[in-house]
Write a protein that binds this ligand. Structure first.
Ligand SMILES: Cc1cc2nc3c(=O)[nH]c(=O)nc-3n(C[C@H](O)[C@H](O)[C@H](O)COP(=O)(O)O)c2cc1C
Length: 216
């Protein structure tokens, strides 16, 4: 008998053969629950109307310097206008602002019609009722496949307002709900203290069954 171990399989197929199925990729990535933000920019010379788009790719990037990022699709018609403005505001949506998310996700409509907003210090619209607002200068943009990675330098902050966040999970909107009841204590001294306290004050996520649209 030979003592030679079989060689481990070597994947020599080119990268494009190892691409995951796009449908499965979307399905798996949609398991990462996020909040939702609306990115807005003031009108500019070429187009005096403000621009805005809903994103779930908003993230805090750096504290020093203060940077945030988000990823607009290359197909977005709002992103070039936000880029041209060179400054923008991020309105982090509250749980009662689903309608605003859907409105700012629709292309080719008057997204601001009937929407209450006020101009931030940099002139970009900050949506009324948002959990918090972040004003930014566009710092840089990087290529990210069919998206662009936009990095903003934070110049002003508003809020946060006392309310729950709007969540997005597997193409459904959701909100934080009351936590499930803590299990019954099984004996004296058990089930009390910090864990019982955190259970009563914690909120768990309940995702609505209303499927609205798939994110980009
Ligand atoms: C919950 C949710 C999250 C979204 N996240 C993103 C995102 O991160 N990046 C993006 O480019 N589009 C995202 N979209 C889609 C954009 O909002 C939409 O394509 C865009 O606003 C279309 O309008 P426009 O052509 O004016 O840019 C998201 C939509 C929804 C409903």
């Amino acid at each position: 008998m030979s003592a030679t171990q079989p060689s481990p399989p070597v994947n020599t197929s080119p990268a494009h053969d190892r691409r995951p199925d796009p449908g499965l990729l979307k399905q798996v990535m949609s398991s990462f629950c996020t909040g939702i933000a609306v990115i807005t920019a003031p009108g500019c010379d070429s187009d005096p109307r403000p621009a805005g788009m809903a994103v779930q790719t908003f993230a805090s990037l750096s504290l020093d310097p203060p940077l945030i990022c988000f990823a607009p699709a290359r197909s977005s018609s709002s992103w070039p206008r936000i880029r041209d403005a060179g400054r923008f505001a991020v309105s982090i949506l509250a749980e009662d602002q689903r309608e605003l998310s859907a409105r700012f996700a629709a292309s080719g409509t008057d997204k601001f019609a009937g929407v209450l907003w006020r101009p931030g210090g940099n002139g970009a619209p900050v949506l009324e009722g948002a959990l918090a607002g972040v004003e930014c200068d566009l710092e840089t943009e990087l290529p990210g496949g069919d998206h662009t990675i936009a990095i903003g330098r934070v110049t002003a902050l508003t809020g946060p307002r006392e309310a729950g966040p709007l969540l997005y999970f597997r193409r459904n909107y959701g909100a934080l709900g009351p936590a499930p009841a803590a299990p019954e204590a099984s004996g004296p001294g058990e089930g009390r203290g910090a864990s019982a306290e955190s259970a009563s004050s914690a909120r768990s996520a309940s995702i609505s069954s209303a499927s609205l649209r798939s994110a980009s």
